[in-house]
Design a protein around this ligand. Structure first.
Ligand code: PSU
Ligand code: MN
Length: 304
């Protein structure tokens, strides 16, 4: 595939794109806003290593000094991890503004999908996506990730949606936007920390080749938009449902009391959950992201 002049590729990613070798995108909000330092940087590096181990080139995406980067150096990962929430969380609306002002931005799922698509990358691994927030009937808080999935042709591998969100409404919204939700070895939508949510997925597929074939066909037919692949957290890392639900419930209430809104609410809830569970949730988070990187790598290798 040809390189895009608007993208600043790392040498390794440029080489892979030019020669049609498998590449996966990785996001950077998960580094800056999703996990504490230094585990965030360690995890980012472990994710890259996990992809490479399977013969896939990782392209962590971020905006640095106004440049849209696909593939970061270890120093750049360190910078994003150390800076944390001081880096702007960047979604679709933010990209051009940050780029024009030569600023830095950590990209969300929506932002990473845009860069990946521009860069020629079709598969992307993350932890959890944004979705329809609880109480969205009043607040209209629906993540830009969902609209991006409806319009940008990148397959996103995640561990489902956290119950900080309304999982049922998130699935309804994805249906409206025409986004197929594929359960990997499951018929149920996973809930990030736990393997089940009680909600069904659209299709169950048991091998990465079948997922790659379906997404390749979507691209071939020119049906715009992404695909959501949901991969349950490995059994040994899944958390106790009652316990995590109670923590989430309390965090959602606290956010409401403090009047936290807009782009701040998801990072606030993630930090609360991590603090209250004393790090158990962080271990689960890291394990499931790595699990998603491995599945995304297998899908990327099977893409035609
Ligand atoms: N959910 C997680 N971890 C994360 C995020 C969500 O479990 O790190 C981040 C992702 O970058 C996602 C973003 O794209 O939060 C969604 O933010 P919002 O809800 O403001 O759209
Ligand atoms: Mn929101």
């Amino acid at each position: 595939m040809e390189l895009n002049n608007n993208i600043c590729y790392s040498p390794e990613v440029a080489e892979a794109i030019k020669n049609d070798r498998p590449v996966i995108a990785l996001e950077s909000t998960i580094i800056s806003h999703g996990m504490p330092y230094p585990r965030n940087v360690e995890t980012a590096k472990l994710c890259e290593a996990a992809a490479r181990e399977l013969g896939v080139v990782p392209a962590t995406c971020a905006i640095l000094g106004g440049r849209l980067c696909a593939g970061l150096t270890p120093e750049q990962l360190e910078y994003l991890g150390r800076a944390g929430a001081a880096v702007t969380k960047a979604s679709r609306r933010d990209i051009a503004v940050i780029s024009a002002s030569r600023g830095d931005g950590a990209l969300t799922v929506a932002g990473t999908m845009i860069l990946a698509s521009m860069a020629g990358i079709r598969v992307f691994a993350t932890g959890g996506i944004g979705g329809v927030h609880r109480g969205a009937q009043e607040t209209m808080d629906i993540s830009a990730d969902l609209d991006e999935l409806g319009r940008t042709s990148v397959a996103v591998v995640c561990a489902g949606a956290k119950s900080i969100l309304d999982i049922g409404l998130t699935l309804e919204y994805l249906e409206t936007k025409g986004v197929p939700v594929i359960g990997y070895k499951t018929s149920e939508m996973p809930a990030f920390y736990t393997r089940s949510s009680g909600f069904g997925v659209d299709y169950r597929m048991d091998d990465p080749e079948a997922i790659a074939a379906a997404f390749s066909e979507k691209l071939r037919l020119g049906i715009a938009g992404g695909m959501l692949v949901v991969n349950p957290v490995p059994e040994e890392y899944s958390m106790d449902k009652e316990k995590i639900d109670a923590v989430i419930e309390a965090a959602v209430e606290k956010a409401k009391t403090l009047g936290i809104k807009g782009k701040n609410i998801t990072p606030f809830l993630l930090a609360e959950i991590k603090d209250v569970t004393g790090g158990e949730s962080l271990e689960t988070n890291i394990a499931l992201v790595l699990n998603n990187v491995r599945l995304a790598s297998r899908i990327a290798k099977a893409m035609r």
